[in-house]
Design a protein around this ligand. Structure first.
Ligand code: SF4
Ligand code: SF4
Length: 233
């Protein structure tokens, strides 16, 4: 019997991720051009040509609690989503491994270079290449359906897969995230995003004891897709 095609592998994993694992977003990136930037040994990453990007929705019911700062409800939800994503990535990696291929799940939220605030790899960059969303003015990915209301995890693999294409910048004349940012870190172009001011604000939120991690959520809440029934009323 012949090996399944890249498209068949893609459809199999997508169906497993969305229908069985309960994920909301699925895409595949060719990571050969960016794997040199991963904070992993080159002998290890050279085995992996594909990055599978998996996303889980941030609930509107939780974001509704945010007014001008992150809350404990949001902090707990953030950690629950990371935990859900880590488990889903492990299950998908196990599914791939059982078919005789390598799969490496990367933690949803684990800083390994504190000075530069970097993880083993950028889930956002892989999500962008995998067509999950475009890089918005708020420096987050914007998915056409969910806006920025999702979190991501990545599974690296050598299982041959069809790859997705990035989505072009489509913020258009929307500036909702700019209007809610308390430190005006969000500018007209994503490349002008003021990382320093944003990070200083996240530090302030944490130092005030509001939450235990560097999170905010205000520009996540502001960025929503067309089908957002709560905000469209
Ligand atoms: S995370 Fe908060 S401080 Fe940073 S850009 Fe978004 S709204 Fe502004
Ligand atoms: S809120 Fe609007 S401008 Fe901001 S990232 Fe989302 S779509 Fe782009």
């Amino acid at each position: 019997m012949s090996e399944p095609s890249e498209l068949e592998n893609y459809e199999l994993l997508k169906s497993y991720a969305l229908d069985f694992l309960g994920l909301d977003l699925f895409g595949v990136a060719d990571v050969t051009s960016i794997r040199g930037s991963f904070l992993l040994p080159s002998t290890l990453v050279s085995r992996y040509d594909y990055g599978i990007s998996l996303g889980k929705e941030v609930f509107l019911s939780v974001l509704d609690d945010l007014k001008d700062a992150p809350t404990l409800l949001y902090f707990h939800h953030y950690r629950q989503l990371n935990s859900f994503l880590d488990r889903a990535a492990l299950q998908l990696a196990s599914f791939i491994t059982a078919r005789g291929y390598l799969a490496l799940p990367i933690a949803a939220s684990q800083v390994i270079d504190w000075k530069n605030q970097k993880a083993h790899l950028s889930h956002k960059k892989i999500g962008e290449l995998a067509g999950i969303g475009w890089l918005g003015r708020n420096n987050l990915l914007v998915n056409p359906r969910l806006g920025s209301r999702f979190r991501l995890v990545t599974v690296l693999t050598n299982l041959p897969l069809k790859t997705d294409q990035p989505i072009p910048f489509s913020c258009g004349d929307c500036h909702r995230c700019q209007q809610v940012c308390p430190v005006q870190a969000i500018k007209e172009k994503p490349s002008e995003f003021d990382h320093l001011s944003c990070f200083e604000k996240l530090k302030e939120f944490r130092n005030r004891g509001l939450v235990g991690q560097y999170i905010c959520g205000l520009c996540v809440k502001a960025c929503y897709g067309q089908k957002n029934y709560l905000y469209s009323k």
